[in-house]
Design a protein. Sequence first.
Length: 831
Amino acid sequence: MATEDRADRYPFRDIEARWQRTWEETGQFRVAEDPARPKYYCLEMFPYPSGRIHMGHVRVYTIGDLLARFKWMRGFNVLHPMGWDAFGLPAENAAIDNGVHPAVWTHENIANMKTQLKRLGMSYDWDRELATCDPSYYRWEQLVFIRMFERGLAYKQRSRVNWCPSCQTILANEQVEDGRCWRCDSEVTTKEIEGWFFKITDYAEELLAWTDRMPGWPERVLTMQRNWIGKSEGAEFNLPVAGRAGLAITIFTTRPDTSFGMTYAVLAPEHPLVDSLVTGADEAERVRAFRQEVARETEIERLAADRPKRGLRLSARAVNPFTGKEIPLFLADYVLMGYGTGAIMAVPGEDQRDWDFARQHGLDIIATVKRPDGWEDTQAYTGEGVKINSGFLDGLSIEEAKRRAIDWLVEEGIGRSKINYRLRDWGISRQRYWGAPIPILYCERCGMVPEKIENLPVVLPQDVQISGKGGSPLAEVATFVHATCPKCGGRARRDTDTMDTFVESSWYFLRYCSPRYEGGMFERSAAEYWMPVDQYIGGIEHAVLHLLYARFYTKVLRDFGMITLDEPFAALLSQGMVIKDGAKMSKSKGNVVDPDDMIRRFGADATRLFTLFAAPPERDLEWTESGVEGASRFLNRLWRFVHGHAQELTGGAVAGALSDAGRVFRRTIHETIARVTVDVERDFHFNTAISAIMELVNALHDFERDSLDRTAREERGALLREAVEVALRLIGPVCPHVAEEMWRGLGHDRSLFAEPWPAADTAALARERVTVVVQVDGKVRGRLTVDVSAPEQAVREQALAEDKVRPWLDGRQVAKVVVVPGRLVNIVTRA
Ligand SMILES: [Zn+2]
Ligand SMILES: [Zn+2]
């Protein structure tokens, strides 16, 4: 297209390719530990190699690259690595659809995306690149798996789990969003299956406690994690089953104060005690049918407040130990086995779900908290108040009554105080092929045995039939399944599930510290030097997935004595989405912008500039073509200026006193430095930082135009050069190629990114003030102190508002105001 090669456009294709090559050849961004320098670990969440970089990637990597380059210039030793979260389902689905092996598909995609990232000019240390599907990578998590297995932190259990019928695999609780699969959006069902779990619940309290000690994280993400962990304090106690000596149901409640209002109790349909409570074939059949009905509901449906609650009354009855009275016993869908003890005492007076259920089933409702005046009994009451209808608790406040009820349970020997968490253990078994094998074998004689450490890695076999018909594909690979028992040398079968890919992403940031290290998961000294990640950047969608798993895994490694590190990420930035025409870019909406297309038409620098300029990083970014064009125009204008003034820009440093205009311009230069530094370093307001640089470039043009006759030639040249150099250094982290090109063009032989970030000169920032005389109709009426460079308009307004001057203007009209800068304001009036 003709417009693409307009003569007034700077040659960005040539420039970008050249500097990308140079940075790579000179190893500009290759790093090693250097205890003499402060380190900065800048990390963007690594991508899944889907095949193409999209605009969301461009945004997050551009933010990371800006920070990395900025920190280089601030004197930090910067680790900025990139790699590939390379296991996962899409590769397997591509294999099913197109017959291409997941490994081939993945490696081709990695090659494509790497080329694209390089075209964007990202400052990665490519020597540290890693792909998680590489056996030299996953062997270390197999080793850690075995250590976890030995300590009971990895365990196998048959349980009812989330099942994605489309992905044909188990999902962890964190991977179910509103009842749907996090990856494919299919409705999730449940399935009773045997699988491996990581005992993240052992770390619930620590994971929660640290959320108050992570000031670098967005409050929103911390709140999501706190809610997900869901700590609640209460009591656990036993309800005897009437007429069945020795049989009792353990319940958990956060409101032991309401125990006197317990008018029935509920068991989760899956509760293991149910079978021993059932009497007779009829009841057994009713229970079986009820369980089947409930199994069809998702957990979200079961917990939904606004739907009828299914219940089945059992013939057995329980005893409320507080009142000694018998109460009915139900199975109900709104009680889940996974929370608390899988059984609850129902207190319909003070719990809305219990209220709804009691109303539906005609059960008693007893208020145990005094209602406020005018309260209408149409719902449960959950507010404050004095205890009533509660025996020895009557008259107490809710808090006092909770404590007193727990004391009583302890005295009676039937209960205790208890803390519960909503967090469940992390189910990591996946019934799929493209993942890291679980290093466990099943021996006929020895049972479950971990693979020998020296036999690691357990390599994922390549020759496998992937049908997508369900069941672990590895189970079909005889050479993989049939193995030797590491303990007795007898015949054994391998576990044929693979690990959740979130296991790989739970430690890749540690591997980057020493990616080729052969002696372990990471070289300790390197990890101790680089960790924690100083700035982590990635989407909010990982708030309770990756970000929680990685925190947990790091703590496990710490407790194994592998590193002294409590938290992996010191600071987190969650960038907003890239949207177009008001919607997230997606193929189905037809609003996808291809980064390659943008780079080809406008260059990587203009694309990066627009991405950072169009919105603050946490906000959504609306993509507009005119915006990229604007970014491109700005760069062209700067380019033309620098090239058009090559002669003048050879000047040396500013010497001696400056003219008034020169002083004002120099102050603008240094004010810009101060603003941009704060915006980038403290506030992450990259968009306002860029505005400030654009204003500086405007001021540069103005000064160039206005100073020709007013300012001495040396001063003019020196100031133009200072302004251009400052502008290039400030814009460098945003638009590295064109900035580097112009920088070298000014005669510098070192890279711009080896230069220090400019420092604002405090002397230049100082404002000189002068006293100005104010006359009204030729007579001195007052004095003003104003900034020497204050614009005329500001001086005029200040003069008219001056207290000593205003009385002389009373009842008169201002006809004219004459300002003699730095000396005098004369106000001419008429009646
Ligand atoms: Zn799915
Ligand atoms: Zn054996």
